[in-house]
Design a protein around this ligand. Structure first.
Ligand SMILES: Cc1cc2nc3c(=O)[nH]c(=O)nc-3n(C[C@H](O)[C@H](O)[C@H](O)COP(=O)(O)OP(=O)(O)OC[C@H]3O[C@@H](n4cnc5c(N)ncnc54)[C@H](O)[C@@H]3O)c2cc1C
Length: 465
């Protein structure tokens, strides 16, 4: 039976009307008009047919949904921003507990803390916190969910200065798989708190609390497009720069094809060429940006370059248009202990082999605050890496899926062969096939223990095995 028919058959056997009456929110089932949109997530590669989607509007709604799932033994996925690249927030034949309507952010500027509903996106978060001149490291695309990004670690432009997003977490409120409502902090339910800082949670987070940091001035962004032939030299310059890079700087070079579109300001003879893009953000004094990025600016080999000063909220949404919903995506990453010449050569070779012109290979810096947090404080790997390489395939043609997925996997195998490392960034871990051991290495077993304790019936067992 295909997944769609199976979802309908399962829905017909469940008392979804009862769940619907218990919720302040709504339940969408396969026969409803809203179902076609409700089952979709940001990644067009994900094509799941849940039995029902419960749109929760309160903690009570969440508890009712979890009780219903436990009572009827339905596999359950939690969805907030819906941007899980692997599609982990939607499950065929199961219940989706959707938190997107629980979108609120409350800022206490005196205590420098933000309390956040699970449905908040980074756009909502950054607007609320910036109105007080405060911020915490968040994702670089504004419609991504605060919830999933934090539970998977979270990297952003402020990471060198303030760590992973999860490093800035003070507390989470969770409805566990048992249906209990608990608060987890470093002192209360510490094992659950440890897991939530990058390892997901065996339940539904209904509120997050984050530390906030002052950021009350404009920030700077630069980009320089170089021909691929310049890549080795430019990346060696980057490597030297990274050794003493200030924590206000986040430089992330990436390989991309020059866009074909005439809307973009590149000379026609470059379109479609492979390029290395030196791209960086400076959140220190804007007056110092030219001095700070001197090794990257005014390179004679750059065929397009810009330096801009802008509000932090504008920076945070500047890349939104590059990641449209509905396109097909497959992303994976590898922490590199040594960003040596061999790695630089492999980067360029892999980027040149990408089957889709929309794909990129990104180098993400791993310096600063993340190195100061002990490995044992969170389940996140890679704190001691030089850089992380994110291999990000994007394509439109469904027939091109196998070659794009294989390109990402092969590229990551190539990097794994170069460097001794364990685990990867959970937010860039590939598809559903990635196991907890692949992502968390030696912490996978500790995470399993936390899951067994807070979700003994396996309501959320659908999450990474
Ligand atoms: C365009 C784009 C840009 C990105 N940029 C960055 C970036 O800059 N930095 C970075 O670190 N990552 C980035 N990511 C990866 C992103 O952090 C993850 O995909 C993240 O999981 C998305 O969170 P979400 O809430 O939108 O997703 P969802 O799909 O809603 O959820 C993702 C995961 O979290 C779980 N989850 C969601 N809500 C809850 C909850 N309330 N309680 C318990 N579990 C929950 C889900 O079950 C699922 O496993 C990006 C992704 C995209 C698509």
């Amino acid at each position: 039976m295909d997944a769609n028919r199976r979802a309908r058959a399962l829905a017909a056997r469940l008392p979804l009307g009862t769940l619907s009456r218990r919720l302040g929110g709504t339940v969408v089932a396969p026969d409803d008009d809203a179902y076609a949109d409700a089952r979709r997530v940001w990644n067009g590669l994900v094509n799941e047919y849940p039995t029902a989607i419960a749109y929760c509007e309160s903690v009570t709604d969440v508890r009712e949904s979890v009780s219903f799932a436990r009572e009827h033994e339905i596999p359950t996925a939690v969805r907030s921003g819906g941007h899980s690249v692997s599609g982990a927030s939607v499950v065929s034949g199961g219940l989706v507990v959707d938190c997107s309507r629980m979108e609120w952010v409350r800022v206490d500027p005196d205590d420098r803390v933000a309390r956040v509903g699970p449905g908040a996106t980074w756009a909502t978060f950054d607007r609320a916190t910036q109105s007080f001149g405060l911020a915490t490291p968040g994702g670089v695309v504004s419609d991504t969910g605060v919830a999933g990004l934090t539970l998977g670690g979270g990297t952003g432009y402020l990471t060198p200065k303030h760590g992973f997003t999860a490093d800035n977490l003070r507390a989470v409120d969770v409805v566990t798989g048992r249906g209990e409502r608990v608060t987890a902090t470093a002192d209360r339910n510490p094992a659950l708190f440890w897991a939530a800082r990058g390892g997901g949670t065996p339940g539904v987070v209904t509120a997050f609390e984050f530390d906030l940091h002052p950021l009350d001035h404009d920030v700077c962004f630069f980009e320089s497009w170089l021909p691929a032939e310049s890549a080795a030299d430019a990346l060696r310059t980057y490597r030297r720069y990274q050794r003493d890079a200030p924590e206000e700087s986040c430089v992330s070079p990436y390989f991309a094809r020059v866009p074909e579109s005439e809307d973009v300001d590149f000379s026609a003879d470059r379109r479609g060429d492979l390029a290395l893009v030196l791209s960086g953000v400076y959140t220190g004094d804007p007056e110092r940006v030219r001095e700070e990025f001197e090794p990257f600016l005014d390179r004679e080999d750059a065929f397009a370059a810009s330096v801009e000063t802008m509000a932090y909220v504008d920076l945070q949404s500047a890349m939104d248009h590059d990641f449209p919903a509905g396109r097909r995506y497959y992303w994976k990453s590898v922490p590199l202990a040594d960003f040596d010449d061999e790695a630089i050569g492999a980067l360029r070779a892999s980027a040149a082999e990408a089957p889709s012109a929309l794909s990129t290979v990104v180098v993400w810096p791993m310096h600063g605050a993340i190195e100061r947090v002990p490995e044992s404080a969170t389940p996140l790997a890679g704190r001691d890496a030089d850089v992380v390489v994110n291999v990000e395939a994007a394509w439109d043609d469904p027939a091109a899926t196998p070659e794009n997925v294989e390109w990402v996997r092969e590229t990551c195998r190539r990097f794994r062969d170069l460097t001794p490392s364990h685990g990867t960034l959970p937010n860039f871990a590939g598809g559903r096939e990635a196991t907890a051991a692949d992502v968390y290495g030696r912490d996978a077993e500790r995470l399993r223990t936390v899951r067994e304790r807070y979700d003994p019936d396996g309501v959320f067992a659908y999450e990474r095995a």
